[in-house]
Ligand binder design. Structure first.
Ligand code: KG4
Ligand code: ZN
Length: 334
């Protein structure tokens, strides 16, 4: 940790949410703002060009509001942190270039942060700071993996999805159920009114600690096709609840196995899917010490980027002007 970094202004624009936050080294979140781009819903997915353009329009205002919300001026900030990757390259470039320009103009250091490290580092924030070692499930719209976390920066991948991410499974399931995009939260909501034991979905386990979610999505498609005409509305909630239950069971089973393999009986979760009600409940029933961050720190946000930044060496002005964003890969994972 750098002795000079006490207050960080963080920026996150890896997908379609324009996020800025102010975080201090003690893990306190002083502001955490998100401007969600609703424009993508009607396209049934994120349109990269639309996301980049909206980030451009929104970012300056969101950053200003994050500083104002935290009652902090740019002069009181010690460093600017920004997501460097992975994500949509155009979206990342808007946020990362903005951060470089802002830091450089203010004579501040810049901390480039990996988005997935951010999801892990959300666990170091208040209301309850959870320090390593722990096993962490990161499940988002683009990634799903289990990590062995031994320090505040970097982690070892224990297992990962071999096809869809868990968030993608939720989103594709939600779309089939007519719930819009992204539909994870809507499916969660609908599932609360259905019977999770009503319909049998396959649970797939591949590799050692890996995941596979493509089969369950196909299974839902066939179950919907087989429904007699007119039965969709009455079957929808049971389908959502049973589908959610199967996805969550696959995630929790792997967490349990990772705890057994590593001998680390401390568990944390992160990523948008960690906002899921059933997953949040099930992990607390594992019988080990568990950290479940508030929902606002699970889905994409900039506070988690600020949190990660405290464990990364900052680049001084003059050292970061050539630095580029990266769309894929996560160099800090081993
Ligand atoms: O981490 P995140 O905000 O963005 C990425 O980095 O991808 O994760 C977004 C994903 C989406 O697939 C969304 O549907 C899912 O998280 N999600 C949920 C819930 N809230 C968000 N999935 C299940 N239940 C939820 N309550
Ligand atoms: Zn994310």
């Amino acid at each position: 940790m750098s002795a000079d970094m006490r207050t960080i202004l963080a920026i996150e624009t890896s997908c379609d949410d324009t996020c800025a936050a102010v975080v201090t080294e003690d893990g306190v979140v002083h502001s955490n703002l998100i401007a969600s781009q609703m424009d993508h819903d009607r396209f049934g997915g994120v349109v990269p060009e639309v996301a980049s353009r909206r980030h451009l329009e929104l970012l300056d205002g969101v950053v200003g509001a994050a500083l104002a919300d935290a009652d902090v001026s740019l002069a009181e900030v010690d460093a600017v942190a920004a997501t460097r990757g992975p994500g949509l390259i155009g979206a990342l470039l808007v946020g990362f270039s903005y951060a470089k320009a802002l830091a450089s103009t203010a004579g501040l250091p810049l901390v480039p942060v990996d988005h997935l490290q951010g999801h892990v580092s959300a666990n170091f924030l208040h209301p309850s700071v959870f320090d390593p070692p722990f096993v962490c499930l990161v499940a988002s719209g683009g990634h799903t993996f289990l990590a062995r976390v031994e320090q505040r920066h970097g982690y070892e991948i224990l297992g990962a999805t071999t096809d869809d991410a868990a968030g993608e499974a939720f989103d594709k399931g939600a779309r089939l159920l007519g719930l819009g995009y992204p539909g994870g939260a809507a499916l969660d909501q609908l599932a609360s009114t259905g019977d999770a034991n009503a319909i049998d979905f396959p649970r797939t386990y591949v590799g050692d600690l890996d995941f596979s979610f493509s089969g369950i999505k196909t299974s839902l498609l066939y179950k919907l096709k087989a429904l007699p005409d007119g039965d969709f509305e009455s079957a929808k909630a049971d389908l959502a609840a049973s589908y959610q239950s199967a996805v969550v069971e696959m995630l929790v089973k792997r967490i349990e196995q990772a705890v057994q393999r590593t001998g680390i009986d401390r568990v944390a979760i992160g990523g948008g899917v960690a906002a899921n009600s059933l997953l949040r409940r099930r992990v607390t029933e594992l019988g080990v010490e568990v950290k479940v961050p508030p929902r606002s720190l699970c889905t994409d946000n900039a506070a988690m980027i600020g949190s990660a930044a405290f464990a990364i060496s900052p680049l001084q002005p003059g050292q970061y002007s050539e630095l580029d964003a990266y769309p894929s890969g996560s160099p800090i994972a081993v």
